[in-house]
Design a protein around this ligand. Sequence first.
Ligand code: AMP
Ligand code: GLY
Length: 460
Amino acid sequence: MQKANHMHTSKRILVVGSGGREHALAWKLTKDGADVFVAPGNAGTARQATNLPINASDTNAILAAVTEHNIDLVVVGPEAPLVGGLVDALTAAGIRAFGPTAQAAQLEGSKIFCKDVLHTNDIPTATYRQFRSFEQARQFLEDREDEPVVIKADGLAAGKGVFVCGGRDDAIAAVEQLRCDPQFQTAASGILIEERLDGVEVSVIAITDGRTIVTLPPLQDHKAAHDGDQGPNTGGMGAFCPAPFVDDALLAEIEERILVPTIHGMRRRRTPFHGVLYAGLMLTAQGPKVLEYNVRFGDPECQALLVRLESSLVELLDAAVDCRLETLAPPRWNDGASVTVVMASEGYPGPVAKGQPIRGLEQVAALDDVAVFHAATTPASDSPDTVLASGGRVLAVTATGQSLARAKQRAYEGVKEIRWQGAWCRKDIADKGLRHQRELAASEASSAATGTPHPAEGTP
Ligand code: AMP
Ligand code: GLY
């Protein structure tokens, strides 16, 4: 086996995963000067980095690849290998890995664990009850007042274990669906019934070494399949950054009341958290409340973030792994905004046709400010230059711009260049942010016109 190539001075980084998030990570780490490998990657990562034909869940093969390719740092993209203990296995083998241990990853892996951490540390979240049987959950619903609730199955369910319900009948139907669906028999070892919160949803993502947090700009994703947030839940059809609903004061409050107590709470329960802490938040009339935690970058949130990151991601991840975030200068972001539009195959989020050739990738590559991150693509076996769609979410077309409006325009200009049979996307990514900006501008204009004092001017 060939060992270390001592002529090499650049960092050698292995990204684990195969989606748009991993393509964006590989793209940025390569831009920062690292030598990047992706396991297993896709047709997009193959153009930027070296794909290794290794499944993200094959810990032994990943350990072997780290030795073979003399890897300095492993970055784990998806939640399943984190919950499965990949970082524990790498760390035990003396390999530097970015991401939480299996125990800390329970913050995403078990909604009941997450609620317990939130509750113990007085972190704002929806009130909840937990049940170990479908019968108890049903009985509780029948006995209580008829109010909107959310039913959640414990455990990873790829975003499918959550039912936002109008009232009692809806909620009982959701519990019955969990009871009958074989897909939920393992995930639903516990059931949560939560108060349904109202407000605007935002995502705040931080990188942490277990002591210090580096909070990244707030974003909003688009979980519903269709325009106007209609249709079934998906992995995410788009994102924009920054989310104008969160100003600096609110971001500071989210850090202070939510992120920091979570990190401290995790340390106190001897499951210190390292890696990406992703808070899914509802901005309610009583302030921000946690809907859920993820223990990794969101997909496609990661794509919208990384195109705005001007400083080095290699340095940021290195500092997190070496527990010296405290000494690192804050990351630098471009002044403008970014928008990611996911292009999906016909049928998504249900079963999809695969193998359609994608056209227009060369044309879109020529557009300034537009990057196309591949999510589910493979090279055609008979013609490696031809890229085929190989899953539900296929591409994440991502643009930057001086303003959110400009970034949206550029992203959809990119989308227009790309075609395959059955391709579709949401047409309204970022519209909620744009509407909010217009409302803010209108209220500022009207207070200027009526002479209403600006809050900063105060009243006598
Ligand atoms: P989760 O996987 O826990 O983030 O839930 C998926 C989606 O369900 C969230 O993005 C919200 O839109 C919605 N949701 C989850 N919990 C609540 C809640 N307590 N109140 C209202 N909506 C919720
Ligand atoms: N886009 C939502 C997620 O990655 O969980």
